[in-house]
Design a binder for this molecule. Structure first.
Ligand code: NAP
Ligand code: HSE
Length: 442
């Protein structure tokens, strides 16, 4: 490209210089030639905001950049075009983004927690100000699913979407399943590799996946599904015993985020909003499904859409460079395209989602009970299930493991309400030696 076709550089204020921020600085330098060829501009990091200016860092400060601990050094600098927020957290990040938009800057962020919990106001502000607010890296790291839903699949009605949305949990489950690692050791490794959130309970208790699912629902359906209304269960307490039994039936246990339309009739969803069933939960996935083969820090999203049919997106869901690549793509879009299309929907004020209560969801179940090895126990537990209309598809009984005999059932489809009622009745009747465990089967 000749010198006179190169436009003035895009000037960036980088907020956060940790795993992703450091990765971004390295990638901007490494891919400088590509950036210029694709956008016709250079990207220059002018200021870097951190919490602790004296900390020793793995990545050197970008050439010519100034380190600061003052957010207004970014937002009040009239030469900065775009603020990239890679700090994480809610309050400080929201203040920074709000102020950046107010001052007319574009924003790129990977902060799914903020966008899920308080994103609507920021999207509205961006729309009022005519600014771009991009967030590809906030869902599934390197996997380009945000833009796919917003742009490439815009002509499709999404019927369902399910995926593995948290790299840390998937890493832990994979290590427990394949290498027999303990939960705590696998978590520590995920933290050392830069996959986990600053507060890893967000990862293991399912909240990080729920943040991402909230964004995906907004992108796929153009509705506001409050994050707090999602049914969320993480992988804390998931036992090696259940991983082993699931394998015996031919399944892997994965932390799944899912949303699907539940239509009353063929017309629903066409010219009105469909009711949505959405949540995050550990589930048994048959080993022949692609999702079951998604290992380590990899994430995947399977979308069913009314024109495209089934699509499967797969890639690294966390880590410095995989995530930085997604942030950089957003920055390059800012560099070459000044048209904001932040939510993918024309309305600034998205309607509320119509939510199917989680008790009504229908699924097949894996159920493990610990019982006394005595005549009639199997009959009585099966009776509790039958009384709620639950039909058992398969059952295995294992040898006494000390605290009783594991009785494991695979059921036909039933509601969550029926399943919890049946197991409560079994517990009330004194049939169970410990709390039952039950997971959906995909
Ligand atoms: P990180 O390694 O903990 O880095 C956070 C950076 O932000 C640090 O440089 C920290 O400064 C700075 N910071 C934090 N609070 C600040 C404040 N109040 N004022 C100024 N600077 C502040 O975090 P990360 O893993 O890079 O994650 C950053 C964001 O990306 C989060 O929203 C996360 O959810 C998201 N994300 C992460 C990944 C991943 O794989 N790690 C993937 C996708 C999305 P100091 O260095 O001085 O402490
Ligand atoms: N902590 C997140 C995960 C980072 O493990 O998936 C990527 O969003």
């Amino acid at each position: 490209m000749s010198e006179n076709t190169v436009r003035r550089p895009l000037i960036m204020g980088l907020a956060g210089f940790g795993t992703v921020g450091g990765g971004l600085a390295r990638l901007v330098e490494e891919n400088a030639h590509l950036i210029r060829r694709r956008t016709g501009r250079d990207i220059v990091i002018k200021k870097v905001l951190v919490r602790n200016a004296t900390k020793t860092r793995q990545t050197p400060l970008p050439q010519g950049a100034e380190l600061t601990t003052d957010p207004s050094a970014l937002t009040d600098d009239p030469t900065i075009d775009v603020v990239v927020e890679l700090m994480g957290g809610i309050d400080k990040a929201r203040e920074l983004i709000d102020s950046a938009l107010e001052k007319g800057k574009h924003v790129v962020t990977a902060n799914k927690a903020l966008l899920a919990e308080e994103g609507l106001a920021l999207f509205q502000k961006a729309a009022q100000k005519g600014r771009i607010l991009r967030y590809e890296a906030s869902v599934a790291g390197a996997v380009p699913v945000v833009e796919a839903l917003k742009e490439s699949l815009a002509g499709n009605r999404v019927q369902s979407l399910m995926g593995i949305l948290n790299g840390t949990s998937n890493y832990i489950l994979s290590e427990m399943t394949s290498n027999g690692l303990d939960f705590d050791i696998a978590l520590k490794q995920a933290q050392e590799k830069g996959y986990a959130e600053a507060d890893p309970t967000l990862d293991i208790d399912g909240f990080d996946a729920a943040h991402k699912l909230t964004l995906l629902i907004r992108l796929a359906y153009g509705v506001h599904y409050p994050y707090t209304a999602l049914s969320v269960q993480g992988i804390r307490g998931l036992s090696r015993q259940d991983i082993r039994f699931a394998r015996e039936f031919g399944y892997r246990i994965k932390l799944i985020g899912q949303v699907r339309e539940v239509l009353r009739d063929d017309n629903e969803g066409k010219d009105s909003l469909a009711r949505l069933e959405a949540g995050v939960f550990p589930a048994l996935v048959h080993h022949t499904y692609l999702l079951a083969r998604v290992g380590g820090v990899y994430n995947a999203v399977r979308v069913n859409a009314n024109a495209a049919g089934a699509l499967f997106f797969h890639g690294q869901g966390a880590g410095d460079l995989p995530t930085a690549g997604a942030v950089l793509a957003d920055l390059m879009a800012v560099a070459r395209d000044e048209r904001p299309n932040n939510t993918g929907f024309a309305e600034n004020d998205l309607p509320q989602a119509l939510i199917v209560p989680s008790e009504e969801w229908r699924s097949c179940y894996y159920v493990r009970t610990m019982v006394e090895d005595a005549p009639g126990v199997l009959r009585d537990i099966s009776g509790c299930m039958a009384a709620e209309g639950i039909s058992v598809a398969q059952m295995i009984q294992k040898a006494d493991e000390g605290q009783g005999v594991p009785l494991v059932f695979m059921t036909h489809e039933t509601t969550a309400q029926a399943m919890s009622t049946a197991l409560q009745k079994a517990e009330d009747a004194g049939l169970l030696k410990e709390a039952p465990v039950y997971y959906r089967i995909l």
